[in-house]
Design a protein around this ligand. Structure first.
Ligand SMILES: N[C@@H](CCC(=O)N[C@@H](CS)C(=O)NCC(=O)O)C(=O)O
Length: 201
């Protein structure tokens, strides 16, 4: 059985948790509290030198980290990875966008809201994070004005990757009321078969 090292509030962990559930794959979840340094122990680092969740361990001992790489591996061969070559590239485009232009702002703003002591007293960094987060939401809104999903005409792991932190963006202070197409798409993801909320272990 697959072992998923996870942390319940993490959107990155949630991507893998949600995908495994939707694929109907059984897995064992090991909760590690990142606020207590539980991903930085000698034992964990020996397996996963990046010291972060999500990370998975397969029965044969193979190890994999990085949420989007894990999702790609798990969904390969299913409809959640488009068969069309261009749509696969577009899925990769949105996965890269999520990691470089979206998650670092939307997820970090949420983390700062959860742990105010982490906030930059000079404010400039916080303001930059908020602005870049809104920029990412703007890019998503523009795309979703004329598309139902991100990479293809159907639900793919690009939607899972972007859903993970967008649906809790309000916890970081982002006002989703300004983004009607994003809200329509969020409801579309929520109504997929076997959907689970981020709070479900
Ligand atoms: N790019 C990575 C980011 C993983 C990441 O930042 N994980 C956080 C939780 S969301 C973590 O484990 N932090 C613990 C630490 O840095 O010590 C992914 O998508 O999996």
């Amino acid at each position: 059985m697959i072992t998923l090292y996870d942390y319940l509030p993490s959107g990155n962990g949630y991507k893998v948790r949600l995908l495994l559930t939707q694929l109907g794959v059984s897995f064992k979840r090991v909760e590690l509290d990142i606020t207590k340094g539980e991903t930085r122990t000698k034992e964990f680092l020996a397996k996963f030198p990046n010291g972060r969740i999500p990370a998975v361990e397969f029965d044969d001992g193979r190890l994999l980290f990085e949420s989007n790489a894990i999702c790609w591996y798990l969904a390969d061969g299913t409809a959640m990875i488009p068969a069309d070559r261009f749509e696969r590239a577009r899925m990769m485009q949105w996965l890269c966008f999520e990691q470089y232009s979206h998650e670092p702002y939307i997820a970090v703003a949420r983390l700062l809201a959860m742990h105010p002591l982490l906030q930059d007293p000079r404010r400039a960094l916080n303001d930059m994070i908020v602005q870049r987060g809104y920029d990412a939401l703007g890019v998503m809104e523009d795309h979703l004005k004329s598309h139902e999903w991100f990479a293809a005409s159907h639900y793919t792991i690009a939607d899972i990757a972007l859903f993970a932190y967008t649906h809790v963006a309000d916890e970081g202070g982002f006002e989703l009321v300004k983004f009607p197409s994003i809200r329509r798409w969020l409801d579309g993801v929520r109504s997929r078969p076997k959907f689970i909320p981020i709070t479900k272990a």
